[in-house]
Structure formats: C-alpha cells, structure tokens
Design a protein around this ligand. Structure first.
Ligand code: CP3
Length: 343
C-alpha cells in the first residue's frame, strides 16, 4: 500500500519529484467554504467524518497531487484533553490556559476514544483513495502544543510559555512528557487506520530559547519516533521545525525523523551541505509567492529549488501552509513545472 511516489521518495532518490502542499485542504479553495458552512463549530467540523473525507479529497479535485493530508487540526489533542478549545472568527484558537505547577492535567487521560472519528475517516479515505495517493496523518509536536496549552491562544512571542520553562522547568518537562504519550498514541492510531506517512508540525519551534532546543524540540520528537518503532510502526515521519534556523542541523541528525520539512527562510545550498544526508528533505517554496496574480519569477524559483535538490531524496512542497489568498492558478502552475522537470 506504500506504492506511491511520496513513500518511494522518502526511501530513495527517484527520477520523478513528488508534490503536495502544506494546508492544501483548506481555505484557498472557495468550495471549501461550502463544505465548512455545514458545521458551525470547527471542532464539530473536524469530528464529522463525512465532511472530513470531503475536505481531505477536495484538493485532489483541483490538482494533480501525490498526497492527501487528513483534514483535522493539531489542537484536537488539547480538545481531547478537555482544555475548552474554541475557534473564534478573526481571533484564532482559544483554550483554557494551563497554570504552571498544576498537577491534575499531567495525569494520563485517554484521548484516543475522543478521536475515533479521525480514525474512521482515515480508514474510509484509505479505502476510497487510489493507491497512488499517499495519505498523510499528523500531529502537533510537543513544544507547539505546550505553547497553545500554556498561552491559551496564539501569540507573537509565547512569553508565558517561555516564562513557564524558566520558572517551572520540571513541571514543563513533565508536560512535554505527557504530550509525547498523547502524540504517540494519536500517530499510532492514524498509522494503524491506514496513514502512509505521518507529519509532526513544530510551528513555534523558533520560540524555544536556544539552550532548550534539544530538550524541547529534538529529544521529544526522537522519543515519539522510538515509541512508534517499538510498537512496530515503521510509517515514515516528516518533522517540520519551523523557522528553527541552524538548530535544524542537530534536528536532522538526532530527532530520528525520516524527512525534514524546510521552511521558506532556509537557504538550500547551506541546507544540502549541512543537513543529515541520510534523511529526505521536503520544501520549501514561499507560499506568499502563490498570492500575486502575476507572481515574479515563480518558475525560476521552483526550478531553482528542484536543481538544489538533485542529489537528495526530495518531496516538493511549500515552506509553510497555503494561505486563503493563494491562487489556484499559481498552485497549478507549480505542479506543472514539477511534473515536467527531469532530474
Ligand atoms: O490542508 C489542511 O488545511 C489540513 C488540515 C489542517 C488544519 N490545521 C485545518 C484548519 C492542518 C494540517 C492544520 C495544522 C495546524 N493547525 C497547525 C500546524 C501547521 C501550521 O500551519 O503551522 C497549526 C499551528 C494549527 C492551529 C490552528 N488551527 C490555528 C492557528 C487556526 C486558526 C488560524 C488559521 O490558520 O485559520 C486553526 C484553524 C484551522 N485549522 C482552519 C483550518 C482549515 C481554519 C478554521 C475554519 O475554517 O474555520
């Protein structure tokens, strides 16, 4: 069942570069809003199997892609932890902020039962999608989930999260360890349901004070990989340490991921020289280049990324999620360029 281009490209350097887009399932396709309207509350939407399946398949209706990412959200774990997660229009997510030193929250609770609709959606999708399409499951990485849990919302600097790390380090690391358990359970469930690849989003990894990067980003991810492998789950794992700068070098050697997703700030010559040669690379077109009607040098940029990755196991993608303003025509253009590229 892992006979798709993405799983192949994760194992070896192949002639045809596979392509998919971060946040491809959502908001840049106007038709998404017709489906979205059917459920007022975003959490209920993510738990509605029928709508999840429709949204996951939606980009495949428009584009010749190699993957479908299951429609869900990284905040489904905090929701299953009963942190009162809400999505408010023009505000983003809101949660009950965690109080450092609070102990009740760190008792293991069962989150998996709450996520049964996700499991069912993946099982259905894997049956319905052609085997040439890689089905991707995902979770937020421990640090990024801790950011939302402590801050209780998005933030420019996650000051309360960083303060908690400095003031209550033992408690903080216990929170990270608790999240490692939940994230591993969620990924295990998705792999067993039929996901061909798993992705870990560490969206706020650039908020980690540098002396804590190993403890908060690298080691937690390596523990998750080890837990999954110890359960005989060999599904490849892609890690995105978003905007983490030079720390991605250690991440590439020590986190045990099979592939590192590069954000749009990473210079590719530097990356290919410094990143662990054993693992695959995914990335890293700037999604903002897909917004203008007549985007400057789009073809040149795409080809330059492909040229830089000639000697590597490589999956073409954007360096962060597509935004609602990205143009369908530009996405199609990029896919065309990648499909016609010979390496
Ligand atoms: O292709 C896809 O869009 C797949 C599904 C998906 C969503 N969220 C749907 C969503 C995925 C992979 C995510 C991951 C996610 N969620 C991340 C990590 C990736 C990244 O972009 O860095 C993060 C940080 C979140 C948290 C989150 N969820 C925020 C901050 C918001 C509000 C702002 C926003 O981006 O819209 C969400 C809500 C959300 N998740 C929406 C969608 C389509 C919009 C809500 C709506 O339609 O009402």
């Amino acid at each position: 069942m892992n006979n798709n281009l993405i799983n192949k490209a994760l194992k070896s350097k192949i002639a045809n570069v596979p392509i998919w887009f971060l946040r491809q399932a959502g908001r840049h396709i106007p038709e998404y809003y017709n489906i979205r309207r059917k459920e007022k509350n975003f959490i209920d939407f993510c738990l509605n199997e029928d709508l999840v399946i429709k949204c996951t398949k939606l980009p495949l209706k428009y584009y010749d892609l190699d993957a479908a990412i299951v429609f869900s959200d990284i905040l489904m774990i905090p929701w299953a932890m009963k942190r009162n997660v809400k999505f408010c229009k023009n505000y983003g997510p809101s949660l009950d902020p965690m109080i450092p030193e609070e102990t009740k929250i760190l008792q293991n609770i069962s989150i998996i039962n709450e996520l049964t609709p996700l499991k069912n959606s993946i099982m259905c999708l894997r049956k319905e999608l052609p085997s040439s399409i890689c089905l991707i499951g995902f979770a937020g990485a421990p640090w990024t989930l801790a950011c939302y849990l402590i801050e209780g919302r998005g933030s420019k600097d996650f000051i309360n999260t960083r303060k908690a790390l400095w003031s209550s380090r033992k408690w903080f690391m216990k929170l990270i360890d608790t999240l490692i358990v939940y994230i591993s359970q969620k990924l295990e469930m998705q792999a067993n349901a039929g996901a061909n690849v798993l992705m870990l989003f560490d969206t706020w990894s650039h908020m980690i004070p540098n002396n804590f990067f190993k403890d908060c980003a690298i080691t937690p991810v390596s523990k998750i990989v080890k837990i999954l492998r110890s359960k005989k789950i060999y599904t490849p794992i892609i890690g995105l340490p978003f905007k983490a700068g030079p720390s991605i070098i250690d991440y590439s050697y020590e986190s045990l991921v099979d592939c590192i997703a590069l954000d749009w700030s990473i210079e590719l010559k530097w990356a290919t020289k410094n990143i662990n040669n054993e693992i695959a690379i995914q990335g890293n077109l700037d999604p903002a280049s897909l917004i203008p009607n007549d985007s400057n040098n789009l073809e040149k940029n795409v080809v330059s990324i492909l040229d830089s990755m000639k000697e590597r196991k490589f999956i073409f993608n954007v360096g962060h999620g597509l935004t609602p303003e990205c143009k369908i025509e530009n996405v199609k253009k990029v896919i065309n360029i990648v499909r016609n590229y010979q390496r």
